[in-house]
Design a protein around this ligand. Structure first.
Ligand SMILES: Nc1nc2c(ncn2[C@@H]2O[C@H](COP(=O)(O)OP(=O)(O)OP(=O)(O)O)[C@@H](O)[C@H]2O)c(=O)[nH]1
Ligand SMILES: [Mg+2]
Length: 1083
């Protein structure tokens, strides 16, 4: 296959109808990269022999070693085919440009998938024929749904049905039908979900009518009484509900007869669609191709005598094979039997010959002679059903070109962007119609930044800009010789030739050293982008819109900056080809954005009325954190620089510098962490870096346990604390209680609503407390993320109503929470957490948070100090106390603090003004309240909440036992176990503490010899029902366990590990926070 030259690809960019931008999506290991190999081979980039084996786009060494893709990469491919413009027209030669993005399937890199899909118009979704629909399959299908991308389904690894599961063609057919059903069920659920959401309001109105109709139906037809809640039974609707039926979901589903399903084996290099077989049989059976397409899949049978197609009901008891089995699968199976022996293990040369003859294929003699059954197999298939043809033809025929896709997809995308009502109609129109002429506005979306070493940039490759040490040395040598020669020529005129020569030698030597010492390959950040309208050229000056940009306020700070495009590239895997300009519809690389775009952003040629496509992008939250330090302390700057580069070039990694001076890297999972560290060490920082133990987040809470120690103060009740400041001037009484679980959950879910309420209130008051700098910085924290999707956030009234009813639903605690909602004055920590501060003082000194209108804020400090003056100090202490719990300084959740009384006893001999006094008392009060909350907290039974992964493992019966063993040893909890229909595999779903997850995947893989590999998805926090401070105190316990309970307290182990890391005191119940204090206590 000749190599396609880039000029050809560039030329094709000008013809948008011939472009397809597609991404390959699937669950991990379902064969995406192997499949793309086959396509790459068609362009002569790799040899067809290696396709499916070398995984060309896995260009990183660690990707190759582990066999897992870690970064999405793009490649542009050329394809030409004969195409009919109408079914009966004569075919014409047409050329196409396919921009293909291979994405990673591992959950840790799911953010790479979301970034890739924004750039594309269509998706090829792979499903392993054996494993079927897996967790990430659902995720990627949702991605195509959300992004309005048209999908194509590839059922890959078909060979496993023959060789591994040893199915007969008939069994395989049933199995494939099931897989299709599963996939379609997933799509159906999205459709249902969306339809329900869209029609929610409408439904509310007709709900009663539907219910009435259902009732009526129930009465009439007792058998058919499917409920009306959850899914709407369209049949039961009266004609007035027709609105609902307008939307058709027919187009949505995958069906082989619609040509959107491909059956393939990437490793053996074949694939086919039903259409292909239909045209193969068109002549043989004398059935028109278009008719054949419709019956080749499904319950249709071929009458052996009449050669007519029969539907199932006309079978009349005859045991015929479905046509798909007889005409398609049987043929494929035969090839396997003949060549590799399929399930028998031995080929049959005579049969091979028969097959090749009937297919009219001649195998090259060196293949037939070689007697290598796999070589015969792949050669035969590549001649008969080449993978690339089936796939590319389907891509071209079923997936839309950029203009078609943009027309269908962009209106929704624009309408979902922030401030979309202010988008300039010209821009809108240009994007939807994908206008590409020079004077149209340019809009492009940069989905991620990739880092490319300087030496790999095409401009340097051509000019040889950066040299390897050998090259540099060689050049030095040559230069020296040249100068010497020049010197020798001038010899006659020079006064002191020898001196001159040594001089020049000396200077070149210095230069030589300089060249060798030169900074190693610098990294350049190239944006991975897609242009939606206009034409972008090198040298153009365009605006880079910051993530929070909205056309409603285009000049808000940070003011969008203008940058100059320094280069444009065609993306060819790791390689790049320079471009001078790109027209609408193209996926390309862009340079010049370094430092202007962090992760993703929009580029626009104008500022007013432009559209922010980066708006709301919910990537997965980084959950695994590690502290990093350079092995050589002098490398600290290098490391920080490296971290900053890493954060820019990775869609998910984050970097934080803690107050303690630690440099902490946040990543999506263990594998992601490993990749980030490799990148840091080898490319971005280029120094040895040590990573600490992964830091796992915990939460702290309290519960009302069965057996608790008696309350500290019996008369006041559990959780009540009366605390007096050191100067004895302020006394505070408060009571801590556990919030009902329902309420905690409600608050957790509605954190965005709280955030919004808070910022709304702030905006209304327009007055921030500048005095307390910490507080104001915290307020900024809250504001920072408020570019949220506002449509789903509850309004104040709604929030209050729901919170109230949640409180009311709690049984047996009605009185306690009766006025709680009205009295809430703050949420915490960070003002949005799931803890509440309730002002139960007589005069309501704190003011209400959930009030309807903005009240007058309290006046400035008066002549005499009042309890009210301390309200903000109490609030601040509440924030601090909930941000760092008493167990191991982790955030608290699920507590309510009732502030009951604040009493002032001013000292009489203090003459200073009230303001001065307040200033002096501030610290004391904060400290006292904070301590009091901690005391009240510990009066209950404290609990740790563990971060949990949900873990899905597919395993065969043989290794099932070992999988369970590993899960239980790591304190996982099995939730369900189900046999995958038609396969010997089980799917085990379990919950696993993040703290126990490090090395889990490796262990499972090792113990099962690679037969099972888990998918870990962060699930949330789960209570560990064990009091870390528990010691035996009842007589029974003391008898059973002795004074020093030798049973391991797991909660204490976790708590101690965190305390250890944070340098807090470990063991015992004494909570000494500061090291200095510890010292003084000892003395
Ligand atoms: N039997 C069989 N194995 C296949 C087939 N296609 C791929 N594989 C194997 O499946 C494994 C995973 O293939 P990859 O192409 O790396 O899968 P992937 O989907 O790119 O994986 P990630 O990118 O890590 O999500 C490799 O060992 C392939 O050899 C196939 O058609 N049949
Ligand atoms: Mg891959």
């Amino acid at each position: 296959m000749p190599v396609v030259n880039p000029e050809k690809l560039v030329a094709l960019q000008r013809n948008p109808e011939g472009i397809r931008n597609i991404c390959i999506l699937a669950h991990v290991d379902h064969g995406k990269t192997s499949l793309t190999d086959a396509l790459i081979a068609t362009n002569g980039i790799i040899s067809p022999k290696l396709a499916g084996k070398i995984r060309y786009l896995d260009s990183r060494p660690d990707e190759q070693i582990r066999g897992i893709t870690m970064e999405s990469s793009a490649i542009s491919l050329y394809f030409s085919m004969l195409r009919r413009s109408a079914p009966d027209a004569t075919p014409e030669q047409k050329e196409y440009l396919i921009n293909l993005i291979d994405s990673p399937g591992h959950i840790d890199f799911s953010s790479e998938v979301s970034t890739a899909s924004r750039l594309c118009d269509g998706a090829v979704v792979l499903v392993d024929a054996v494993e079927g629909v897996c967790s990430q399959t659902v995720t990627v299908l949702r991605q195509t749904w959300v992004e309005h991308m048209k999908p194509l389904l590839v059922i890959n690894k078909m060979d496993r049905l023959v060789t591994e599961l040893k199915m007969t063609p008939g069994e395989a057919y049933t199995h494939l039908t099931k897989i299709l059903e599963q996939v379609n069920a997933v799509l159906g659920s999205f459709f249902q979900g969306e339809r329900m959401e869209e029609d929610l309001n409408w439904r509310e109105r007709v709900d009663e009518r539907i219910a009435a109709a259902a009732k009526e139906k129930e009465r009439l037809d007792e058998e058919n009484t499917t409920g009306t809640n959850g899914s709407v039974d369209t049949e039961s609707m009266t004609p007035s509900n027709q609105e609902f039926e307008e939307k058709d979901d027919e187009d949505l589903y995958f069906a082989p007869e619609k040509n959107n399903v491909i059956f393939s084996s990437a490793i053996d290099g074949w694939a086919f669609t039903v259409r292909q077989f239909a045209s193969l049989y068109e002549k043989k059976l004398g059935i028109k191709r278009t008719a054949m397409e419709k019956v080749l899949w499904g319950d249709f049978y071929l009458d052996p005598k009449t050669k007519k197609v029969l539907a199932q009901k006309h079978l009349k008891g005859r045991a015929l094979k479905p046509m798909f089995v007889q005409l398609v699968l049987d043929q494929i199976w035969a090839v396997y039997q003949a060549t590799t022996g399929g399930d028998k293990g031995k080929g049959d040369p005579a049969m091979t010959e028969k097959i090749t003859k009937s297919l009219n294929i001649t195998l090259p003699p060196h293949i037939t002679c070689s007697r290598d059954p796999r070589a015969i197999l792949t050669t035969l298939f590549s001649a008969w059903l080449p993978l690339s043809t089936a796939l590319l033809v389907s891509v071209i025929e079923s997936l839309p070109s950029p203009p078609v896709a943009q027309e269908g997809r962009l209106p929704a995308l624009i309408d979902a962007s922030p401030g979309y009502t202010h988008v300039d109609p010209i821009i809108r129109e240009a994007m939807i119609k994908s206008r590409s002429s020079k004077n149209e506005p340019v809009v492009a979306y940069v989905s991620k930044m990739v880092s490319i070493p300087e030496s790999e940039l095409p401009e340097n490759k051509r000019r040889g800009g950066v040299l390897s040490p050998e090259e540099a040395r060689e050049m030095g040598r040559r230069k020296r010789a040249e100068i010497a020669r020049a010197q020798a020529l001038e010899n006659g005129t020079a006064e002191d030739p020898i001196d001159g020569l040594t001089d020049t030698l000396g200077s070149t030597a210095i230069e030589d050293v300089k060249v060798e010492d030169k900074e190693p390959d610098r990294e350049h950040l190239i944006g991975f982008a897609r242009i939606y309208s206009g034409t972008l050229s090198v040298g153009d000056s365009v605006y880079v819109l910051p993530p929070k940009f909205t056309p409603a306020h285009p000049h808000n700070s940070p003011e969008p900056q203008k940058v100059t495009v320094t280069a444009l590239y065609l993306l060819m895997g790791r390689g790049l080809e320079p471009l001078t300009s790109v027209p609408a519809g193209v996926v390309f690389g862009i340079a010049g954005l370094e430092g202007h775009i962090l992760k993703s952003g929009t580029i626009c040629s104008q500022l007013e009325g432009s559209v922010n496509l980066a708006g709301v992008n919910m990537a997965s939250q980084p959950i695994v954190r590690v502290a990093l330090e350079p092995v050589n302390p002098a490398d600290l700057d290098k490391m920080i620089r490296g971290l900053k580069l890493l954060v820019q070039s990775d869609p998910c990694a984050e970097y934080e510098q803690f107050e303690s001076g630690e440099h902490v890297l946040l990543t999506a999972g263990e594998l992601h962490l490993e990749r980030c560290l490799t990148d840091l060490r080898e490319r971005f920082a280029r120094c040895e870096i040590q990573a600490g133990e992964p830091i796992v987040p915990y939460r702290e809470t309290i519960v009302r346990a069965e057996e608790m120690k008696p309350p500290a103060n019996k008369e006041l009740g559990r959780g009540t604390v009366i605390a007096t400041t050191t100067s004895k001037q302020v006394t505070i009484r408060l009571r801590v209680r556990p919030l009902p679980a329902e309420v905690t959950e409600f608050l957790g879910k509605n954190a965005t609503a709280i955030k919004r309420l808070y910022s709304d209130r702030q905006a209304a008051e327009k007055r921030t407390d500048q005095k307390d700098s910490q507080e104001s910085s915290e307020q900024e924290d809250v504001d920072e993320d408020d570019v949220v999707d506002n449509s789903k956030v509850l309004s104040l009234a709604e929030f209050k109503k729901q919170l109230q009813s949640t409180f009311e639903s709690v049984k047996g605690q009605r009185e306690i929470w009766a006025n709680a909602v009205e009295q809430i004055t703050a949420f915490g920590p960070r003002r949005t957490g799931a803890n509440v501060l309730i002002d139960a003082t007589k005069d309501c000194i704190c003011g209400r948070f959930l009030r309807d209108s903005v009240e007058e804020k309290e006046q400035a400090v008066g002549d005499t100090l009042q309890a009210r003056d301390f309200s903000d100090k109490v609030g601040y202490a509440f924030q601090l106390a909930t941000a760092q719990g008493p167990m191991c300084n982790e955030p608290v959740q699920g507590i309510a603090v009732f502030l009951e009384e604040v009493t002032l006893t001013p000292s009489t001999d203090d003459e200073s003004s009230a303001r001065d006094k307040l200033g002096r008392l501030t610290g004391e009060v904060i400290k006292t309240v904070q301590q009091a909350i901690k005391q009240g907290f510990l009066d209950w039974s404290p609990r740790l909440l563990l971060a949990m992964y949900s873990c899905e493992i597919q395993a065969s019966t043989e290794v099932l036992g070992r999988v369970y063993d590993v899960i239980t040893r790591r304190r996982g909890r099995v939730l369900s176990e189900a046999m995958k229909e038609g396969t010997p595999f089980f799917t085990i779903l379990s919950l696993l503490p993040v703290a126990e997850s490090f090395g889990f995947s490796d262990e499972i893989r090792k113990r099962t010899s690679g037969a099972a590999s888990p998918q870990l998805i962060f699930q949330g926090f789960d209570i560990l029902d064990e009091d870390p401070f528990w010691v035996p105190f009842t007589e029974d316990d003391l008898e059973d366990l002795g004074e020093l309970a030798d049973k391991e307290n797991v909660a204490k182990r976790y708590m101690d590990s965190v305390r250890n890391r944070k340098g807090l005191m470990v063991s015992g119940r004494k909570l000494v926070k500061d090291a200095e204090k510890q010292k003084t206590l000892k003395r």
